[in-house]
Write a protein that binds this ligand. Structure first.
Ligand SMILES: [Zn+2]
Length: 278
């Protein structure tokens, strides 16, 4: 049989999906989203997956790209620089969830329960972008399949922690010391991953994902990372510039990488983008 291009039509392949394990019609699925690359052919980690999984994973991939290419460190990467004009166009059309959120989100000072000031947060916590988080879970599970040929089914938990940009050099240094030989890189360091340990019998695996050599995400399947959760913003807090002991504490916390802030910075960046188009 020929398709409309006059090429032989490929017979549909049926088999177990790498994500959900169900026997369905399969299609090639890019574990690392093509959207992250300028040269799409560099998205080389491909596994077989069913259409529903493929589609669900794709829902958060735009957010993921926008989040990463506008992050303080990620946006310095040459490939992010090439993708930024597309992002800016999407922001102007109101088609970027991340862009929309950055425009409308209130600037919230973040403090701990002990009233320690942690800086500002604009975008909100990572879990305010459920589609993006879901895509990251898919990516983690897809990388596992890519490495081992065995699926991690959706019933297994995937704990994800995105590290604030201040923490990136330290995170990367620590993981490189131990796991460098296992780092796999796609494109000019657009995306890389390091398996931190795969204990297939228990389904427990750990991963470091790096985006644009600027954002680190640590993922664990079948368990929890045991890292402190970033504190939730408290609306009642009246912002006072921390001084004395509190200032030192907030600086210490920041240096430990407990603060997530693209914030003021992010807004000014977005503002520049909006004006450029006028
Ligand atoms: Zn599936």
């Amino acid at each position: 049989m020929l398709n409309c291009m006059g090429k032989p039509k490929r017979a549909p392949v049926t088999g177990p999906c790498s994500y959900c394990g169900q026997v369905r019609e399969l299609e090639p699925e890019h574990v690392v989203p093509e959207a992250l690359f300028f040269d799409k052919s560099q998205a080389k980690a491909i596994i077989p997956a069913c259409k529903p999984c493929n589609r669900e994973k794709a829902e958060g991939e735009g957010d993921l790209r926008d989040y990463m290419i506008t992050s303080k460190r990620g946006r310095l990467h040459p490939v992010a620089q090439k993708l930024l004009p597309q992002y800016k166009k999407a922001v102007r059309k109101g088609a970027s969830r991340i862009g929309k959120r950055a425009e409308t989100a209130p600037i919230i000072p973040r403090v701990t329960a002990e009233d320690i000031y942690l800086g500002y947060n604009v975008l909100g916590d990572f879990d305010d972008f459920p589609e993006m988080e879901r895509s990251l879970r898919y990516i983690t599970r897809g990388l596992h399949f890519h490495e081992t040929g065995a699926p991690i089914l959706p019933t297994t938990t995937v704990d994800i922690r995105i590290f604030p940009h201040e923490a990136y050099p330290a995170v990367v240094r620590d993981f490189d010391k131990t796991f460098l030989p296992r780092r796999r890189i796609l494109g000019p360091d657009v995306f890389s991953w390091q398996p931190l340990g795969i204990e297939s019998s228990s389904g427990k695996t750990g991963w470091v994902l790096r985006f644009y050599d600027g954002v680190a995400v640590v993922c664990m399947t079948g368990g929890t990372l045991g890292l402190p959760n970033p504190p939730r913003p408290q609306q009642r807090f009246v912002f006072k510039k921390p001084q004395g002991r509190r200032q030192k504490l907030s600086r210490d916390l920041r240096d430990f990488g407990l603060v997530s802030l693209p914030p003021e910075d992010y807004l000014s960046f977005l503002f520049e983008s909006m004006n450029e188009g006028k």
